[in-house]
Design a protein around this ligand. Sequence first.
Ligand code: 13P
Ligand code: SF4
Length: 303
Amino acid sequence: WPIHAPYVYAINRLKAERGAVILAHNYQTPEIFHCVADIVGDSLQLAREAAKVDAEIIVQCGVHFMAETSKLLNPEKTVLIPDMRAGCSLSESITGADVRLLKERYPGVPVVTYVNTSADVKAETDICCTSSNVLAVVESLESDTVLCIPDEYLAMNVAKQTKKKIITWKGRCEVHERFSAEELIAYREADPSIQIIAHPECHPDVIAVADFAGSTSGMIDYVKTNLPGRVLLVTECSMASNVEAEVPGVEFVKPCNLCPHMKRITLPKILDCLVDMREEVTVDPVIAARARLAVERMIDLVS
Ligand code: 13P
Ligand code: SF4
């Protein structure tokens, strides 16, 4: 990637000078994922690593809720995001006021909130979850009924794996809701040996067609362990490009969808972020204290 080389060199140099650490989600583009990130992973791994970070400056290459989670866990550190507009359709589907209304409507029902939410929403939550631990989180609660918000499909998928009654919210990931069972069946009919691996933010009908469903890191581990001849990753486009480099014998079929929010993060913006030390992510300390408890409960449960 010769066009990226000057940025990669400058970012890595400045990162060392500033004593910064770069956390990058699995959906970041390969030149970020492989060349400038210090720590890569799914939402749970990034939250866990954020809790352990020694560096005084964290640059979050991912979307805003991820940077907020890092800030919640490191209130005294500087958390920067290369583009403040990197949002998420799930996070934007619900507000703290919505959760307060839900709690009035379902008094005493515990609230499990996906990490893909704002700090305001997390502050109203009993415990957070990610796609890799949602079942364990739901099962850890004593109540027979659980609010699992805001991702409707994630909640419908977990409802199939538990005896508890799951109350959902109408949030959707704009990337994963676009995959259909019909398109996957067509791939399977064209090549019965193909392995189909889907993210649990997809509709349950899509998950039913898949050979495996899991978080982004779960999907990567599945490919590295099983080394299928041909594989279809039913998720954001950059994932296949990132894993491809590490499993040369595997052929990736690529009907993927792009996350426009993740794609706002680029090498030039990461460099600007380190040069100007912006944009800094802040969270109201009162909200942060409550939201942190929900994230820490999750981390303590699955550590
Ligand atoms: P995970 O990496 O936790 O599977 O989450 C996927 C996602 O959509 C993050 O935005
Ligand atoms: Fe949000 Fe979906 Fe993009 Fe992840 S992939 S940041 S859930 S819109």
